[in-house]
Design a binder for this molecule. Structure first.
Ligand SMILES: CCCCC/C=C/C(=O)SCCNC(=O)CCNC(=O)[C@H](O)C(C)(C)COP(=O)(O)OP(=O)(O)OC[C@H]1O[C@@H](n2cnc3c(N)ncnc32)[C@H](O)[C@@H]1OP(=O)(O)O
Length: 300
């Protein structure tokens, strides 16, 4: 489906047509074209594709903090879909163009004082982002070059490999409990698949944000590197992963992730309704408003 048609579909339904992501045939190797670089961009995401390497870099560019608004999620999904359907692309590195921040997670303003219809549209877009990224046929590497709470952490967890800048001021984690909200089961499942049940259980209950060294120690990120080496290291890791035949890697990835993906697909609408009833509670709205005020006060 062409990008404008996809955009129209998402504007109408808040969802990309799922058939596009599921049951896709294994990716073919890139055609032997001369070395070439291509770029495309929208308001929230910049994509640079190195055709000779078969690798795209997707940079989040939604200042001040790359919060995951409905617009961001829509443009992220459209960009990912374009790459997924591009034979020249076998891997994608996700990183940020905003200094010190990878992503501040779901845009809290999308979850405050909005209509039921808006909450449904927003949550479907969050689900869509995760379903597409977690089931991607491409190799996905997160180059985490800044703080990455909650939904930002989810994006990193959803990739195949995570490399973080070793700055101890940067933190990462599923801190939902600190906001008085609860990470849904598929955030939790993704987290458990990376760090194991025991670490996930305490980290989720406490809503912990882990400094980069601690995140490495508990296995939340795979490597720490000096910030200036992050890009090169992500490229090297990508080359290593792409040295293997795509079909074997893709089938293995599917086997490892299928149960978790299937669980959301089977309960997708129920999950939307759960989100709506949870987020619409006055007590939850109050917690979110207080949290936003706290963020603003922290500045002054
Ligand atoms: C059933 C429901 C489950 C839902 C699951 C939820 C998942 C989530 O992702 S909830 C979001 C959780 N996110 C956070 O807790 C992060 C909050 N933000 C921060 O901690 C910090 O902003 C920072 C560390 C990311 C960056 O710090 P700093 O560089 O100091 O920037 P500021 O704090 O001054 O923020 C600038 C500006 O951005 C606004 N903002 C920050 N995060 C968000 C956000 N997630 N959504 C919306 N807006 C956000 C912040 O309020 C400031 O706004 P202004 O004061 O208007 O400039």
């Amino acid at each position: 489906m062409a990008a404008p048609a996809l955009a129209r579909c998402m504007a109408r339904t808040g969802v990309l047509p799922l058939g596009q992501a599921w049951g896709r045939a294994p990716r073919l190797p890139p055609s032997p074209l001369p070395a070439q670089r291509r770029a495309f961009s929208n308001n929230k995401v910049l994509v640079e594709l190195d055709e000779s390497a078969g690798v795209a870099t997707m940079k989040f560019k939604s200042p001040p903090v790359n919060s995951l608004s409905l617009d961001f999620l829509t443009e992220f999904c459209i960009s990912l879909e374009k790459l997924e359907n591009d034979r020249a692309c076998r891997g994608v590195i996700l990183t940020s163009a905003v200094p010190k921040i990878f992503s501040s997670g779901l845009d809290i303003t999308e979850m405050c004082g909005k209509s039921t219809e808006h909450y449904a549209e927003f949550w479907r877009a969050v689900q869509e982002m995760w379903l597409r990224l977690y089931s991607s046929n491409m190799v996905t590497v997160a180059a985490v070059n800044g703080s990455s709470p909650a939904g930002g952490c989810l994006i990193a967890l959803t990739c195949d490999y995570r490399i973080m800048a070793e700055n101890p001021k940067f933190s990462i984690g599923l801190n939902e409990a600190q906001l008085g909200i609860v990470a849904p089961f598929w955030f939790k499942d993704t987290f458990v698949n990376v760090v194991g049940h025991r670490v996930a259980e305490s980290s989720l209950q406490l809503g912990s944000l882990h400094s980069a060294p601690e995140a490495h120690r508990i296995g939340l990120v795979d490597e720490l590197v000096p910030e200036e080496k992050l890009k090169d290291r992500a490229t090297a890791v990508m080359q290593q992963w792409l040295a293997l035949p795509d079909h074997a890697r893709q089938l293995t990835k599917t086997m490892m992730r299928k149960a978790v993906l299937d669980r959301l697909v089977a309960h997708r609408e129920e999950d939307v309704q759960n989100f709506i009833s949870f987020i619409s509670k006055e007590s939850i709205q109050k917690s979110l408003r207080m949290y936003m005020e706290m963020l603003k006060k922290k500045k002054s």
